[in-house]
Design a protein around this ligand. Sequence first.
Ligand SMILES: [Zn+2]
Length: 137
Amino acid sequence: MTTQPPPVDHELVQAAAHVARTRCRGDNHTMAAAARARDGRIVTAVNAYHFTGGPCAELVLIGTAAAQGAYELDTIVAVGDRERGVVPPCGRCRQVLLDYFPTLKVIVGEGDRIRTVLITDLLPETYSWADHQLDTE
Ligand SMILES: [Zn+2]
């Protein structure tokens, strides 16, 4: 028996592409992200580039979602400006996303090779932050 990969949430990709096309301006905002919250709604965000380490769109999205009361995200995708298409999360974002949402699905790939993978697939043999905190009891 083969396991089917999760289907691609095309509405989510379109939402991120729309924000990338209409809201990314100049050098400060070059990436858009969209996430499907557990309750079904879509949350979007753009990055806030800065040479000191401004957050990627995925990280801004975590805060944006929380500000709207969406604390559980099911799927996330990032799309670049200038019609760059789907862009996979960077290493920092992979770690943060895994720690916040251990069962998160991530849409990656280009063109007709677009697919949905688990965040754990993007970060094998990962460091788990929660496993290394001192017990507060
Ligand atoms: Zn990132």
